[in-house]
Design a protein. Sequence first.
Length: 445
Amino acid sequence: MGKSRSTLVVLLMAVLVLLVTGVIFYYLEWEKPQIRGLDDLAMIGQSRELAITFTDMKSGIRSYRVSLVQGDEEHIITREDIPLRGTFEKKVDLEIIPANIGVKDGAATLQVEAVDFSPLKNSTALRKELIIDSSPPSVSLISTSHYVNPGGTCLAIYTASADAVTSGVRCADVLFPGYPAEIGGKTCYISYFAVPMDVEKDTPVFVVAQDKAGNETLAPVHFFVRKTSKFRQDKVNVSTSFLSNTASKFQGKDTSLSGKTPLELFCHVNEKLRETDNQKIYSLCQKSEGRQLWQGAFLRMKNAASMARFGDKRTYLFQGAEVGKSIHQGIDLASIRNAPIQAANSGKILWAGELGIYGNTVIIDHGQGLSSLYAHLNSMSVTEGQDVVRGDVIARSGQTGFAGGDHLHYSIMVQGIFVNPIEWWDAHWVGDNVELKLKQASGSL
């Protein structure tokens, strides 16, 4: 009996020791908080947005502190003491403005600290050596004559200081990058930008330059709108046979479309597939070469009638009811069936293949963000990466993709955004708006 009692006491003592040990390990955990969000930080400019995440999945975050240390002085950016347990993750969004807290340009240390709720007060401190640079890059607009047509193209020429790592023209919140070029023995930047179809005299257009620290400089581009273009409103009656033809074309290429009615498939192609294809075109055109590959006015398809214009606002009707809308992003040109298609100007083939609503398509890069597109082709005689010369036969016309008859859909893009091709067919326009500007820029440097 005594031996049994002794064994029981030993067991109870062991359980008690385990319980006490468990309690100690629970409350006296040694895991330190984690800090994320500083990996890419090397410089801070006039201001810098920073997102820092503090985590501690055991006892939670007790406090955190963010500061900039310069010399012997610490400048507090933010700090917080959290009164209650239970905050296991804390996300802090900061805007650091060195001038507001007395930090000057030069070397500094970002110091980030966190303490958890363990009785041991486990802490983590990260220090990031960085540079404070509040001096923005400089830019100077060289070109002066910026006459624009709605939906057209404009060229801006400017210089930027050596500390600018990115620059271009921001038009209506879209950035068109600048490409370096030697003009008059000096490095300048050339930026073609797409003019919105609804451009107004107060549409924001700026040359933008940004340095490594994120400092940004804006220089306004003053422009004059030549005329207010009235793009056509066009109602297109969709026939049952066209719906059936569209369904047969696209259902065979995408099994996920099986089961849709011809009308449902038409709406899918006109809306979702059109958006997907245009995004692909935009992505392709970002690969443009940095030098000019073209010369002179662009060629228009020989002996071809214009069937649809750039900017036509189409409303599709089926049995009297509206079933969709679109804006025509090029010019439709019709000649004989299977007509030869020439490269409108010299360049490099970016794409030669099937492209959704555009069917068989060729895209030519002409350099510095400028490209041309040839769609609905019956056949193609070029391959991706091939160099072509103005006038080379690259394809034959057809009615592939979202086309109802044999024709060429022809587009011009600036950095992947569609613009009116008519300007680029006009030797007078090219002379005044591109060649003359380059010549005047060379004389002014």
